[in-house]
Design a protein around this ligand. Sequence first.
Ligand SMILES: C[S@@+](CC[C@H](N)C(=O)[O-])C[C@H]1O[C@@H](n2cnc3c(N)ncnc32)[C@H](O)[C@@H]1O
Length: 504
Amino acid sequence: MVIDLTNDSDSEDQIQSQLRTEYATHGQASPSFTLAHRVVSPVVPQKRKPAVEQIPSLSKPTRALLNSVSLNGHVPSHSIPHRVQSHTTTTHAAHPDRQRLPSTPSPGLDPTTAPLPTVVVPSPSRHLKREIDRARVVQSTPHSTPPLSGLSDRFFPTNDYEKRARRGAYPVAKTHPVDRRSVPLLIGRTAPVLTAQRPRVADQLLRALQRKLATIKGPPVTFAAGNEHLLADFAANFEFINAYKIRPGVEPLKEEFIGGCGCSGFCDPTRCVCLETEEENSDRKLIAYGGAADDPLVLVLRPEILHRTVMIVECGARCNCEKACWNRVVQRGRTVRLEIFHTGERGFGLRSPDTIRAGQFIDCYLGEVITEEKADIREEIATAQHGHSYLFGLDFYPPSDETEGIYVVDGERFGGPARFMNHSCHPNCRMIPVSHTPGDERLYDLAFFAVRDIPPMTELTFDYNPGARESGRPTKIDPSAVRCLCGEKNCRGQLWPNQRKGTK
Ligand SMILES: C[S@@+](CC[C@H](N)C(=O)[O-])C[C@H]1O[C@@H](n2cnc3c(N)ncnc32)[C@H](O)[C@@H]1O
C-alpha cells in the first residue's frame, strides 16, 4: 500500500477509498487516514523516538519530520541526519521481516505480521532542509572541537592574522632580567627628567615680554635687568602697539575733509597752508621744528614752542611735499632707545640709555581710542581695582557739539612705552598735541618732547596736570586723589584731582 503525501499523485479521497477497498478485501474495518504525519504516529514504535531527541537543536517541525521518516526507512538519505539514518538501520535489523517487505506492502490484518503502509513523505520545505543541514553540521563536528562560542577560528581565521600582524607592529622588547640588588640607591638625587632644562616661569615671562618688545617699531625698547621678577602681572596683561587702536564709536575724519599743502619738495614756511599762524590775526606762520644746536640734521622743537600751549600741525598724507620734509617729525617715529624699569613705589617708569636733547621728540602716548562715555566706565573700574589710571583725554579743542564729547586714549591694555611715563611736578618732558590730519580736531597725537637736555638713564617724566602748575595757584588737596611721590621740591602732593590726564 502506498500513501502518497507528496500531493503529486492521487488525491486524499482517492487514497482513502483505495485503502478502504484493500482493508475490505482483508475483512477488516478500515482505519481512517489523513495526510497529517500524526495520523501515522500511533504506529510509530516508541523506541525510535530517543534517536531523534538526541539532537536537541532540532526544532519541533524537524523532529516531527524525523519521527515520520523513521517509520519505515523509506526516506531519501539526503534528507535525514546521519545519526537518525544509522539508528533507523539498527531498527531494521531488529525487524528483518520488514526489510524483506516490498516497498509498497498492503497492511495485514495482524498488526505484527501485516505489512505497514508505506508513506511517501513530501519533500521538506526550504526551511526544514536548512534545519536538517544544520543538524548534520552539528553531528559531523568532531568531538574534539571546542563548544561554539561565536569566536571560532574556523569561521574567523582573520583572528590569527590579526594576532600575527599585531605582534609585527608592536614587537615585544626582549627583556633582560635586572638584578635589582646591583642597582645603587642614590638618595638625594633627582631623576634626570626632573632636572631637565625647563625655564623658570619668570624666565618664560621675560621671554614673552621680549617678544612683545621686539614688535615695537624704531630703536630698541628694553626691560631693565634685575626687575624680571616683577613682570608676571605686567607681561600677561599688556600688548605693545605702534598706532592707536580705534574702537567703536570713534570716527576719524573722512579723507576728503582732511587738508594738505601743495608745496613741492620741502615746504616753504611762508606759504605752507598746513602751518598754524603764531597768533590769531597774524600772518606769521608757526614753524615748530628747527635743527638742533649741536647737529642741524636732528630736528627738535623750537624753544619758543616748547613752553606754549599750541597744537602743532605737521604735513600729512594729503600734502604734496616730500616725506623728508622738515615739517614731518612725529609721524616719522621715535629716534631714541628706551628702557622700562621699576621705580619702586611709583611702579614702572621709563628712561633712555641715550642723551636726549631739549626739544627732541621722544615718543607718543598710544592706546585704545574710546568714547568719553566708555572712558567714564573704565575709569570707575580702574579706580576700584588698582587705582592706576591710563586714560588720556583728547581735549585740546572743546567738542563742537556738546553731545559729542571728546575721545579718550586708554593705554591700560594696549599701549606704547610712553604709557610707563610717571608724573613729576618738575618734569623733564612735555606732552604737546600734534596733528598730521589737518581738519580733524578730535583725533591727534599725544607727543612727548624733552623740555631740557636729559642725561642717559634719567627717568622721563611729564606733568599729568599741567593746568594746575600753569595757573600758579596752590593746589587744593583732594583726599581721594592719588598721592604724588615725585619727591620734587615743588611737589603739589597729588597727581590730579579727577584721575584723568588732559591735553592742556
Ligand atoms: C600712566 S601710569 C604710569 C606707569 C605706572 N607707574 C605703571 O607701573 O604702569 C600712571 C600711574 O602711575 C602711578 N604714578 C605715576 N606717577 C606717580 C607719582 N609721581 N606718584 C605716585 N604714583 C605715580 C599712578 O598710580 C598713576 O595712576
